[in-house]
Design a binder for this molecule. Structure first.
Ligand SMILES: *Cc1c(COP(=O)(O)O)cnc(C)c1O
Length: 396
């Protein structure tokens, strides 16, 4: 097929290829498993966000299948028309309890949750959205859709955040919202949420924390960064995804009952995009049940995390400042990062290379995430291959 009118796409693709930014994802040919089949090879998979290894869990699948049998494959409506199903309200109630919040509201993804909250609450040019410089792309896009101006503070820099809160623009703002990732997705470090909350409240701002990589991972029973810092009842809005530790897809905002109902009446992704299929809500309910009653999943996740970090350090790799199951393997060169990833893949290990613009230039890396499902043998195998390939490429 050829359209003269789409010639620009050929040029754009050429530019991307030239800049090493053209993406051609590998294809997963099995379920998302600790050892998966990717592009025809069986590999130790260190790249998914399947923290608790529940994406292919029999109990979770059974819940989804039963929901399909009972309620069908889709809601065929947006929440505010007739797409609110029993399983959605049940999940919202149980999720609010899990987050120690009054209420919660479901969205189709973590991405749309951030868009929904930023756009709905920062709705006037008199508001001010204040955001950590390393926040996720969906927060940046949510901020772009908001009418409020935005100020960016240096990563976890409380002094800079304070300066912004003391600025004339902040002082005269109608509303101020401070937004931070709970766990930062590229480096695996944790926000200093206790300090963020203290300074935000001192200056009359409210806080939204995005726990996409924290929910089901850190805090008591995986309740997230608010629980991790003992800040229950002190953080106005907790956002997150149901696509990572929760293994399915969807997003949520846990907050007060009034704010939940306000979002349910004005948030555009809630009003204009259909609700989660019932099987997805059922899967998330099953994961919630596992988190509350089967602590061994979280324990295995953290045992594996500590083991892998330790062994990679022993091998001589720079694994950054991560304190979570996200372990970046810092390389600092896009060509080397890609070469390392390819070598590892040939040896049976998949770890994705990340470069600009996902991470800053000079901070190119392989990002690894271990799951509760990896065996010690899988991890030993992976470290051994890292060591071999790292030596061959003069990285260690
Ligand atoms: C993954 C991620 C999201 C997006 O979640 P989806 O459910 O995949 O849309 C949002 N915020 C952060 C911090 C994330 O890491």
């Amino acid at each position: 097929m050829k359209f003269d009118t789409l010639k620009f796409a050929d040029e754009e693709v050429a530019v991307l290829k030239n800049e090493n930014r053209f993406l051609q994802p590998r294809v997963l040919q099995s379920a998302q498993e600790p050892v998966s089949v990717i592009d025809g090879r069986k590999v130790v998979n260190l790249t998914s966000n399947n923290y608790l290894a529940l994406a292919n869990d029999p109990k979770v699948k059974k819940a989804a299948i039963e929901a399909i049998e009972k309620y069908g494959v889709g809601s065929a409506a947006v929440r505010t028309i007739i797409g609110t199903m029993t399983l959605h309200t049940e999940l919202e109630e149980k999720f609010a309890a899990f987050k120690h919040a009054e209420a919660s509201i479901l969205f189709q993804s973590g991405f749309t949750s951030n868009v929904a909250v930023c756009q709905s609450l920062m709705s006037s040019e008199d508001d001010l959205l204040i955001s950590d410089e390393l926040n996720h792309a969906s927060i940046i896009d949510g901020a772009r859709l908001a009418k409020a101006p935005r100020k960016i503070y240096r990563h976890k820099d409380i002094r800079h955040l304070t300066e912004i809160l003391e600025s004339p623009e902040a002082r005269k703002a109608r509303r101020k919202m401070v937004v931070t990732d709970g766990v930062f997705s590229m480096d695996g470090d944790v926000a200093n949420l206790d300090e963020v909350v203290a300074v935000a409240h001192k200056y009359g701002a409210f806080v939204m924390v995005d726990d996409a990589h924290a929910s089901g991972v850190i805090g008591k029973e995986g309740r997230g960064t608010v629980s991790h810092f003992g800040l229950d009842g002190k953080v106005e809005i907790q956002i997150g995804t149901l696509s990572k530790a929760f293994a399915a897809v969807g997003g949520y905002a846990a907050t007060t009952k009034n704010l939940r109902d306000y979002l349910g009446s004005v948030a555009r992704p809630f009003l204009f995009s259909s609700s989660q299929p019932p099987s997805v809500a059922a899967s998330c309910l099953a994961v919630l049940d596992i988190l509350l009653h089967e602590p061994q999943y979280l324990k295995r996740l953290w045992d594996n995390t500590n083991f892998f970090k330790e062994e990679m350090k022993k091998a001589g790799f720079n694994t950054g400042d991560s304190v979570t199951p996200i372990t970046p393997v810092m390389i600092g060169d896009p060509v080397k990062a890609k070469a390392l990833s390819n070598k590892l893949f040939d040896e049976g290990v998949f770890a994705l290379p990340l470069g600009f613009p996902t991470v800053p230039k000079g901070k190119e890396r392989l990002r690894t995430i271990v799951t509760a499902g990896h065996t010690v043998k899988d991890l030993e195998f992976a470290v051994e291959k890292f060591r071999k390939a790292g030596k061959e490429l003069n990285i260690i």
